[in-house]
Structure formats: structure tokens, C-alpha cells
Design a protein around this ligand. Structure first.
Ligand SMILES: *[C@@H]1O[C@H](CO)[C@@H](O)[C@H](O)[C@H]1NC(C)=O
Ligand SMILES: *[C@@H]1O[C@H](CO)[C@@H](O)[C@H](O)[C@H]1NC(C)=O
Length: 258
């Protein structure tokens, strides 16, 4: 009896120490400094819960119960609610007209192994930081792909221009927006600047568009039918990288390998 109790106690201590160590590592790695001890304790509590969530999920992965792994990252001391408030920015538009991409009688192309990254049509992963500008990154991502396919050159395009300049189209910078409005803005504006001439700041600013730095423009865009993955498959295979909006509110989007 005594031995068993002692072992349990030691095991408990080890787990607590491990979390404390990983907390120290987390704070060092992401340069965290909290205003008060109260705040630090609060953040530590969130971190512990997140770490537990990641560990439990990865155990499930080892048992073959889920198909992907989760990981601790810089969002480890945020609640999922905070993460969603700070990071999510897609604003859905109510009545989008959609087009059908497959005419009657056509059949599906074989697309199972298409990867536009391998074809050089996708720029490296960008970081939107703490700004609800996902819509701007989605816009540049698909436009970079189209520009590459048309012109054979991969050029990174300016999200900051979209954040700063497309307000009249119903976008709210770091407060959210949508890709349709951004495409329409670029079309009317006759261009979008390069990333390096108008680089990302993760905050709202005044418009500094400079037409001498235009790298690409938009001639048109369409919406695919909602919830139709076949339509998406065909569009990705025949058109190129496509802008999508997905619900990223699940914690697995917060705590993943970055
Ligand atoms: C999905 O889109 C494809 C291609 O446009 C179309 O053929 C198919 O009928 C659509 N599926 C549904 C369920 O509407
Ligand atoms: C636009 O860019 C050009 C070339 O870099 C520069 O000469 C010009 O001053 C810029 N215009 C504005 C309004 O900033």
C-alpha cells in the first residue's frame, strides 16, 4: 500500500515538473513577459490545459484514432476563444452567385496527385501575425498562383495594400474582410504591388499604393458552389490554386506545427 501511494505521488510530481519545465521553455522561446504574477498564473493555467490537449490528441494519433498530430506553438498561452477573436477575419458575404465549373457530359480529370507547390506556383508560407487579415493572404495566394501560371514568374504580392486600401469595398483591414471584395478592388485599381515594395505590417495603415510597383492584376473572378468539393477539385486541377474560407475555430487549428 505504502509503496503504491509513494509511486503515485512521484508520478504526480514528475508530471507537474515537466509542465513547469515546458512552461519555462515556452516563455523563453516566444519571449513572453507578463505584466503581473496574476496574469502569469492565468496564462500558465491556459498553457497547462493546452499542453494536455495536445498530449491527449497525440496519444489518440498513436492509437490510430485521429489522422493528424497537434503541437505546442506561440499560441499556447491563449484560450481558443482569444485565438479566434484575434486571428479569424473572414467575413462571409450573404448572397454569392456561383458558377458551375463542369458542363453537362464532361468527366472529372485525374487530379489525385496534383500539387501546385511542386509546380512552383505557391510562395512560401506567410504569417498574418495578430491581425484578422486571412482574407488578404487568401487573395494574394491564389492571385500569385494565377500570375505564375500566366506569366511563368512567381512574385509575392502585397497583403498590406489590401489591408490599407480596400476599405471602400467592404473590407476592414485587420478587422476582417473577404476575398471577393479584394479581387474586385484589385481589378478596379488595375493592380496590386509586390510584397517587397509594400510589405506586411499586421496593422491598419493609410493606403500607400504605388502604381510603379504593380506586379499583377485581376481580370475576373467567380465563386464556386458552396459545399461542393467536386467543383473545388475541378477548379484546383484546371484553374490553379483557389481561395477558400474554412472554419478554423477548432483548437486543432490553434495548436499545430507552424
Ligand atoms: C458539384 O459541382 C459539379 C461541378 O460543377 C456538378 O457537376 C455537381 O452536380 C455538383 N454537385 C452537387 C451536389 O450539386
Ligand atoms: C513610387 O515608386 C517610385 C519608384 O520606386 C518612386 O520613385 C516614387 O516616388 C513613388 N511614389 C510615391 C507616391 O511614393
Amino acid at each position: 500500500m505504502k509503496v503504491a501511494a509513494l509511486l503515485l505521488c512521484v508520478a504526480g510530481l514528475t508530471a507537474a515538473t515537466e509542465t513547469l519545465t515546458s512552461w519555462k521553455l515556452f516563455k523563453a522561446r516566444y519571449g513572453r513577459q507578463y505584466e503581473s504574477l496574476v496574469e502569469e498564473n492565468y496564462r500558465y493555467g491556459i498553457f497547462k490545459k493546452n499542453e494536455e490537449r495536445v498530449n491527449n490528441h497525440n496519444l489518440k494519433h498513436e492509437r490510430g484514432e485521429v489522422t493528424f498530430t497537434m503541437a505546442m506553438n506561440q499560441f499556447g498561452d491563449m484560450t481558443n476563444e482569444e485565438f479566434n477573436t484575434k486571428m479569424k477575419g473572414y467575413q462571409r458575404q450573404p448572397h454569392l452567385e456561383h458558377v458551375s465549373v463542369l458542363a453537362a457530359g464532361e468527366y472529372l480529370p485525374r487530379t489525385t496527385d496534383l500539387d501546385w507547390r511542386e509546380k512552383g506556383a505557391v510562395t512560401p508560407v506567410k504569417n498574418q501575425l495578430q491581425c484578422g487579415s486571412c482574407w488578404a493572404f487568401s487573395t494574394t495566394g491564389s492571385l500569385e498562383g494565377q500570375h505564375f501560371i500566366k506569366k511563368g514568374k512567381l512574385v509575392s504580392l502585397s497583403e498590406q495594400q489590401l489591408v490599407d486600401c480596400s476599405g471602400d469595398y467592404g473590407n476592414f483591414g485587420c478587422g476582417g474582410g473577404n476575398m471577393d471584395s479584394a479581387f474586385q478592388y484589385i481589378k478596379d485599381n488595375k493592380g496590386i504591388d509586390t510584397e517587397c515594395s509594400y510589405s506586411y505590417e499586421a496593422k491598419n495603415g493609410h493606403c500607400r499604393f504605388n502604381k510603379t510597383s504593380v506586379a499583377a492584376t485581376v481580370t475576373g473572378y467567380v465563386n464556386l458552389e458552396q459545399d461542393n468539393e467536386t467543383a473545388l477539385l475541378i477548379a484546383v486541377s484546371e484553374v490553379g490554386p483557389i481561395s477558400v474560407a474554412i472554419d478554423a475555430s477548432h483548437p486543432s487549428f490553434q495548436l499545430c506545427v507552424l
